[in-house]
Design a protein. Structure first.
Length: 322
């Protein structure tokens, strides 16, 4: 089984123009012109599919599909992971699901409270499908990310923003939610503080597949937000996520890969940035200079230009008071 899973990861990465072990910048504006989706879903493990989004910021060309929209096909329905960034993206994903299976979608799981995870709830709600999210992610979406995300969507997406509105999840959880669909066990987990409030992971223990969401990065530089605890993020990854023993990881952004690859792109990056900022502070450096600490070894990551300096500033503010 392990060899089969590894082969599927490699095959999926080849289809997506990426690689399992080395991230590459991807400037293709749209890989699937027949759909509003950036790319068509690929099967990354038996019964597990993901439409891999662009690893660039949201644009009119990618219609805001710059994260991974995944789904799990079981003998008793389909579970979708991520509502999508808009009504149209969610509807497009649903159309692709119908091409693959006659099983109905029975659950949508939001992996965090950001717009590209929850704004598509507006479509799924019209289908009378339950929508599950962590309580902190839902609060963040309603109070902060939803309004700002919808405003941004309307600015960049043009006609592809049509129909999108803020719709809350219908069901909340705090730590975990165990779901049995047919013979498939699905564990919806909040492993701990990481990238943003209520980060959610979907674990399939029988196939060793982890739909990790934004706790794990490889091709795209991890964004660090105001209030993100990078020390907590590292601890959650090392003491909780790693212990699951995932053989295939579907990160929040970028091609499916393995645990070592997302550890490097996430934990190694955060540790390196924290060490450089700590050294900068110890040598008397201030915030204005912190933006320029050397992050060149991570320049291969998509969104490096957009995020590297911002991340340095956020980590400076965090480390300065530790």
């Amino acid at each position: 089984m392990k060899m089969c899973l590894e082969a599927r990861v490699i095959a999926a990465a080849m289809v997506l123009g990426g690689t399992v072990t080395l991230a590459q910048a991807d400037d293709i504006p749209d890989k699937y012109p027949a759909s509003v989706l950036y790319s068509a879903p690929v099967e990354v493990a038996p019964g597990v599919y993901s439409a891999i989004g662009a690893t660039q910021p949201p644009t009119y060309e990618n219609a805001g599909h710059n994260n991974n929209l995944s789904f799990i096909v079981t003998a008793d329905g389909v579970a979708v992971v991520n509502g999508g960034a808009s009504w149209k993206l969610a509807a497009a994903l649903h159309s692709e699901i119908r091409k693959i299976t006659d099983q109905p979608v029975k659950l949508v799981i939001n992996e965090n409270g950001q717009g590209h995870s929850m704004l598509g709830n507006s479509y799924w709600a019209t289908q009378n499908i339950p929508i599950l999210a962590h309580k902190d992610a839902a609060a963040d979406f309603i109070d902060v990310s939803g309004p700002s995300g919808l405003e941004a969507l309307n600015e960049y997406a043009g006609e592809n923003a049509a129909g999108t509105r803020i719709v809350e999840p219908t069901e909340l959880f705090s730590h975990r939610k165990d779901i049995q669909m047919g013979d498939t066990k699905i564990e919806v987990l909040h492993l701990g503080s990481a990238h943003s409030p209520g980060d959610t992971q979907v674990w399939l223990p029988d196939s060793k597949v982890l739909i990790a969401g934004d706790i794990a990065f490889s091709e795209r530089m991890p964004p660090i937000f105001e209030g993100t605890c990078t020390l907590c993020w590292i601890e959650t990854f090392e003491t909780k996520l790693q212990l699951l023993g995932a053989e295939i990881v579907v990160p929040g952004h970028g091609a499916p890969t393995d645990l070592a690859t997302v550890r490097h792109g996430t934990v190694d990056y955060l540790k390196d940035l924290r060490a450089k900022i700590s050294e900068h502070i110890e040598s008397g450096g201030d915030l204005s200079q912190a933006y320029y600490v050397d992050q060149s070894q991570w320049a291969y990551m998509d969104t490096f230009e957009e995020l590297a300096a911002k991340n340095a500033g956020m980590v400076f503010s965090e480390v300065e008071f530790e």
